[in-house]
Design a protein around this ligand. Structure first.
Ligand SMILES: [Zn+2]
Length: 296
């Protein structure tokens, strides 16, 4: 499952080709991905101008000039590649190499724009991704979005907000942070990294970060800051490696090598002066990586 920074690097990679272009034809090569495509999907989208490409949680939003928005989720193995003339590239940085096998090309955006014709191709071997189309004005009540908390990148994610959500909760911090109703788009990797940066244990009860008066503790303020930082750092690094790696097939880049605790079981903790070792435990079926010496 791609994490939010990966989806954001995909968005940034696709935007120059898609924004301002005309979606001359939307070609569907099958009837479904994870779910059936919406009725008349191709007819509704074909011929429309693309006004902007944005993101909510791990969903890409392709805004059309008639008030409709295409919603796309990469699932487990989805990727887009851009073909313009003889050049082809797969925007974004992924933990695992992406397929370019044409038999898994399921959706093709045929574009015409200022830079000439281009094709944006959605490839998805496992077909856990999906696409939908909805009125932009209705997105807030769409089933994919109506229960989502604020983005971990925006100003709406504040310590005061999380204090309200965590008040009285015995739930472990790890689970509370993965709950998409609390924060949208935060996944396992970056929860582990943010907890390490803020020296908080994944097993600690979420409610212990809230004062009796219902206010955020200093630790909760530091956690919110750490969440913002790990996401921003990953997006910035993904964006910079994206510029450098055009066409380097299967490049793993920043995302694979830069984690402090994630996937680093039994390695030394990087906190200066700590001397501890990264441990792995399983919480709600997911691995948590943390240092028991400096995360309490
Ligand atoms: Zn440590």
């Amino acid at each position: 499952m791609p994490e939010l920074p990966e989806v954001e690097t995909v968005r940034r990679g696709l935007a120059p080709s898609m924004e301002g272009a005309v979606l001359a034809a939307l070609e569907l090569r099958r009837n479904d991905l994870r779910f059936p495509f919406p009725a008349e999907f191709s007819r509704l989208a074909s011929g429309r101008g693309i006004t902007s490409l944005s993101r909510r949680a791990k969903y890409l939003l392709i805004d059309l000039d008639d008030g409709m928005t295409i919603i796309a989720h990469l699932g487990m193995s989805g990727s887009f590649r851009v073909e313009a003339g003889a050049a082809a590239e797969t925007p974004g940085e992924f933990h695992h190499p992406r397929s370019k096998d044409e038999k898994h090309d399921h959706v093709i955006f045929h574009l015409t724009g200022a830079n000439g014709p281009a094709r944006v191709i959605y490839n998805d071997p496992r077909r856990f991704g999906f696409m939908d189309i909805a009125r932009r004005a209705d997105l807030a009540s769409h089933p994919s979005f109506r229960d989502l908390g604020p983005e971990p990148t925006g100003n709406t994610l504040s310590a005061d907000y999380l204090a309200e959500r965590f008040l009285g909760k015995a739930q472990p911090l790890k689970s509370a942070l993965l709950d998409q109703k609390n924060i949208a788009g935060l996944g396992n990797i970056y929860v582990c990294e943010a907890l390490w940066r803020s020296h908080l244990s994944p097993v600690r009860a979420a409610g212990t970060l809230v004062t009796k008066a219902g206010k955020p503790s200093e630790e909760l303020r530091q956690l919110v800051e750490a969440i913002r930082e790990v996401i921003a750092d990953a997006i910035a690094a993904g964006g910079s490696s994206l510029r450098d790696h055009i066409q380097t097939d299967g490049s793993l880049g920043y995302f694979q090598h830069s984690f402090s605790v994630y996937d680093r079981e039994a390695q030394p903790c990087g906190t200066p002066g700590c001397g501890g070792t990264v441990a792995r435990i399983v919480q709600a079926g997911r691995s948590s990586f943390y240092c028991a010496s400096c995360q309490n």
